[in-house]
Design a protein around this ligand. Structure first.
Ligand SMILES: [Zn+2]
Length: 476
């Protein structure tokens, strides 16, 4: 994710984690700066949503969840579900009505009989969701303003998607999903993965179904309902789509037209081909910047005009490359907990610089690195805080570390290792952890395996903060 206004707004958006129900069979840790334990593996969710109402900011939903028990005799399933979700019925695959209980922002579902280790359980939850805290879904009213059509967009990161559908809302579990939204015909529906169906209904609505496959994390589930049109582009047979208001069509072509080249450059630098079925970028109103929802990035609707291109338009130099880089770093390989968020954001920030280097030359890239360094140096609060740190209230409290410094650490690593070794290590890191969750140790291990260079000291010095001042030596 990338914020237009820097860290302050970003921090405000990332609200503290939801409290956890007192009674629980799973060993859940209340402090979400550590990876949660949970006793099932979320495999697939079919998310059906309809009856969106802008006045009451509400919707009706049915979510069918398939999961596998990770302990013998699983007799309760703990899901994250915002307190604005009123559950009307839970029914399993055999048609048996299941008991459930809501505790704060948690929903516990009781299977008809305990589920054996590695057995599968499937159940559907019907609910009515009222979004009254602005989290998860944002309903936009035109309010008489130009360039602000009525629309809805979601924002999952860090733990906000469970305010509009029940799920496991922490990054250390990955699933496939389908999202079927029924909306008035004048609205488009944009979501993750492949478009499966767009069915007209007799009542003036249509039901649009998307399917995300392979697996990704639930904070990357995205829903946009808006009067946008699709501008179609392509990269090596992969659909590349830009969804904008009709009035923005000509600006959008120029702005987003760099995307296929960028996909080519990133695929080459990482050694891993762009991994998803399509890439969509959709602009919405009142968005804070950009969010890398898997294969379906969401962006602010402030498209640069001709004058902006006389300078370095933030949108094209930073926002588009940043969110695209996350499709590898964050979406394909995902931090296991928010303490390791620099593995998403440091890479996405550094890949802005790598795009600059490719597109505009080494001097431009060096200028950006210099700016990033100055910005970090001007923020003394960050000096004593290690990049991997669990002492935070929300995931982006030390955004200056995980973004700018994260990018710098990767740049230093590249200088130390040399280009060939650095990129070989990146490729190995992505390939060995594809579809998985990672902590910083996984990156260290991948570098060592790919380059036969031990970087423990480098990481202690720059990432873990374990080297005492005066004791560290320069060099890897
Ligand atoms: Zn980001």
């Amino acid at each position: 994710m990338r914020s237009l206004l820097g860290c302050a707004l970003l921090a405000a958006l990332a609200a503290p984690s939801a409290p956890v129900a007192a009674q629980s069979n799973a060993e859940r840790v209340a402090n979400d700066s550590y990876t949660r334990s949970h006793d099932y593996d979320l495999v697939h969710q079919r998310i059906e949503v309809r009856n969106f109402d802008w006045d009451s900011t509400s919707l009706d939903g049915r979510v069918t969840t398939t999961l596998v028990a990770l302990r013998p005799g699983l007799d309760s399933v703990i899901l994250d579900a915002g307190r604005g979700l009123a559950v009307t019925r839970v029914v399993d695959a055999r048609g048996t009505i299941l008991k459930s209980a809501a505790h704060g922002d948690t929903l516990v579902v009781y299977p008809a009989r305990p589920v054996a280790f590695h057995d599968t359980l499937r159940f559907a939850i019907d609910y009515h969701a009222r979004i009254d805290n602005g989290r998860g879904l944002t309903f936009i009213e035109p309010e008489g303003r130009e360039h602000r059509p009525q629309q809805i967009w979601s924002q999952g990161e860090d733990e906000n998607n469970h305010f509009w559908f029940p799920t496991y809302d922490f990054p250390n579990d990955k699933m496939t999903w389908e999202l079927a939204a029924t909306v008035p015909r004048q609205y488009s529906v944009v979501s993750n993965g492949r478009l499966v169906a767009d069915r007209r209904n007799p009542d003036g609505t249509h039901t649009v179904t998307w399917r995300q496959d392979p697996r990704s994390a639930t904070y990357l589930v995205s829903l946009i309902v808006a009067p946008v049109i699709r501008l179609a582009d392509t990269w090596r047979g992969v659909p590349v789509d830009y969804y904008v208001y009709r009035a923005d069509s000509s600006r959008a072509r120029r702005l987003f037209g760099v995307t296929p080249d960028m996909m080519e450059v990133y695929s080459r630098l990482t050694g891993v081909r762009y991994p998803w079925a399509k890439y969509a970028q959709t602009t919405v109103a009142d968005f804070f910047g950009g969010m890398e929802n898997v294969s379906a990035t969401t962006l602010i609707d402030w498209l640069p005009d001709e004058r902006a291109y006389l300078d370095r338009p933030w949108y094209q130099w930073i926002l588009i490359p940043h969110e695209l880089a996350h499709q590898w770093f964050g979406d394909l390989v995902t931090c296991k907990d928010w303490a390791n968020l620099w593995l998403n954001e440091g890479f996405a920030t550094y890949f802005e610089t790598l795009w600059e280097e490719h597109q505009y030359g080494a001097d431009e890239a060096a200028y950006s690195l210099w700016q990033n360094r100055n910005s970090w140096m001007n923020n003394q609060r960050l000096y004593p805080v290690p990049m991997v740190n669990r002492n935070f209230k929300d995931a982006t409290e030390y955004a200056g570390n995980i973004y700018g410094k994260g990018g710098w650490v990767l740049h230093m690593l590249r200088q130390q290792l040399g280009d060939a070794e650095f990129y070989r290590a990146m490729k190995h890191y992505l390939e060995t952890n594809r579809g998985q969750n990672v902590v910083t140790a996984d990156l260290v291990k991948a570098i060592e395996q790919a380059t036969a260079t031990n970087v423990d000291q480098f990481f202690d010095q720059w990432v873990n903060g374990l080297e005492q001042s005066g004791q560290h030596r320069p060099g890897v």
